[in-house]
Design a binder for this molecule. Sequence first.
Ligand code: AMP
Ligand code: ZN
Length: 135
Amino acid sequence: MKKDTCIFCKIANGEIPSRTVYEDADFRAILDLGPATKGHTLILPKEHAEDLYELPEEVAARVLPVAKKVAGLLKERLGCDGMNLVQNNGETAGQTVKHFHLHLIPRYVGDGQSILWKPTEPSAEELDGVWSALK
Ligand code: AMP
Ligand code: ZN
């Protein structure tokens, strides 16, 4: 289902033009308008889902094969040295558009970007506490 007020629904379904680099029946991959690096691409499902939690399982199962295809295209055509896949859920995690999307961020030696986190040093007890909450 599309959502009338959602800009990524409109882009994904071709109602708003975009710089499309890949399209199939279920997805459209577009160039990000505020790219972190040259070739920064967003993979958008055509069906609306706010985030990973809402994404239907069958759509989720197709996202990575599409990402693999588009990542290959970016590597081949742009000659990037690396590739980050980023997917934000919730404002706290940096999500600004509430329609699931997967970022493909080509990386180049010396591009000055940083998409890595600062590792912390929890105690064994703290790690065990998290582990018990999850198993
Ligand atoms: P996020 O912060 O994960 O929600 O990512 C939203 C991304 O969408 C940002 O990288 C924006 O630059 C990008 N963006 C927002 N509006 C558009 C648009 N109309 N076309 C292409 N990219 C967009
Ligand atoms: Zn949408």
